[in-house]
Design a protein around this ligand. Structure first.
Ligand SMILES: Nc1nc2c(c(=O)[nH]1)N[C@H]1C(S)=C(S)[C@@H](COP(=O)(O)O)O[C@H]1N2
Ligand SMILES: [Mo]
Length: 313
């Protein structure tokens, strides 16, 4: 994967978030003296039922899905999350569900795997960096979990938080930090309740590898990948629009809505097309046009009726 350090591709393709962070990471690595030891995650098979929410496209190979990742808690390079997440312990795991709900609760992920029907859904995934994948997820519709806690009428948004564990997450460890932790995200209530919105607990029929957000992460297929917050420990129902990590970090480049939109370019590159990871060789990965709402416009465009999506990017 060393090729990605000096990409033989236009500047627009360079993983944008990492450019200014690179120096900090190198210094952090030098200071922390990390060993690059890849440990396999403890994958367990999941029983899932097929879902109609599935696209008929060639799957991105599992090896690409699990080795080309963004998970800054484990470092900034695409190969860091796999290489540096071997010490992470995804179980046991609980999620605190609180805020404006009648029934706040603490969910136990192992119990959730038994209590809910796990669905298998093949979704397109489009990163804001203009690459994409097609991933077979196993998960629980977020709406099913929302129903159990009975949100109050005043709950207009849902806020999410990732775990903070510097002992197990080398990207959170050391003097130089790439982002402010915890990584946070949010959805409007109708987005959160939309049937496409998934809490993923697995991919390719097995529990999630650490690098993909074990044991439970969000997947919102019509939005840029950064909305898909990983390793969730808290879900809060709130009245005001929550902050989200990338909009806080670079507000002119990343917004709250982050709907995939080929007509709204990133300030530093075009969003009109994307390269599908794992298709063809490194030099020949064909570009394909990016679709409005990542191809899910029929299902979700009505959520944004009357909104200017160039303003609410
Ligand atoms: N906690 C956390 N969640 C995160 C990220 C991260 O750095 N930290 N990266 C996001 C980005 S930019 C993308 S594209 C997806 C990548 O998910 P994948 O590695 O499973 O493909 O995770 C998102 N969720
Ligand atoms: Mo991303």
């Amino acid at each position: 994967m060393a090729a990605y350090r000096v990409p033989p591709i236009p500047g627009s393709e360079i993983t944008p978030k990492s450019v200014y962070l690179r120096r900090r990471e190198l210094m952090g690595l030098a200071a922390g003296g990390l060993a690059l030891t890849a440990s396999p995650s403890l994958a367990a098979p999941l029983t899932s039922k097929p879902s109609a929410y599935t696209v008929d496209e060639k799957l991105t190979p599992k090896d690409s899905v699990t080795s080309y990742n963004n998970f800054y808690e484990f470092g900034l390079d695409k190969d860091s999350p796999k290489a540096l997440s071997g010490d992470f312990k995804p179980l046991p795991w609980t999620i605190k569900v609180d805020g404006l709900v009648s029934k706040p609760q603490t969910l136990d992920v192992e119990a959730m795997l038994k209590d809910y029907t796990i669905e298998e859904r093949v979704y397109r995934m489009r990163c804001v960096e203009a690459w994409s994948m097609v991933i077979p997820w196993n998960g629980i519709p977020l709406a099913a979990v929302i129903d159990k806690v009975e949100p109050l009428g005043s709950a207009k948004y849902v806020a999410f938080e990732t775990v903070v564990r510097p002992e197990e997450m080398p990207g959170q460890n050391g003097y130089f930090q790439s982002l402010e932790w915890p990584y946070i995200e949010g959805l409007r209530m109708d987005e959160a309740r939309h049937p496409l919105t998934l809490l993923a607990v697995g991919l390719y029929g097995e529990t999630l590898p650490n690098q993909n957000g074990a044991p439970i992460r969000l997947v919102v297929p019509w939005k840029y990948g950064f909305k898909g917050i990983k390793s969730i420990v808290r879900i809060s129902f709130v009245e005001e629009q929550p902050k989200n990590t990338w909009a806080l970090t670079a507000p002119s480049e990343y917004g709250f809505y982050a709907n995939v939109n080929p007509e709204v370019d990133h300030p530093r590159w075009s969003q009109a097309s994307e390269r599908r990871i794992g298709e063809g060789g490194f030099f020949s990965e064909a570009r394909r046009p990016t679709l409005p709402f990542n191809g899910y416009a029929d299902q979700v465009a009505s959520l944004y009726a009357g909104m200017d999506l160039k303003v609410n990017f």
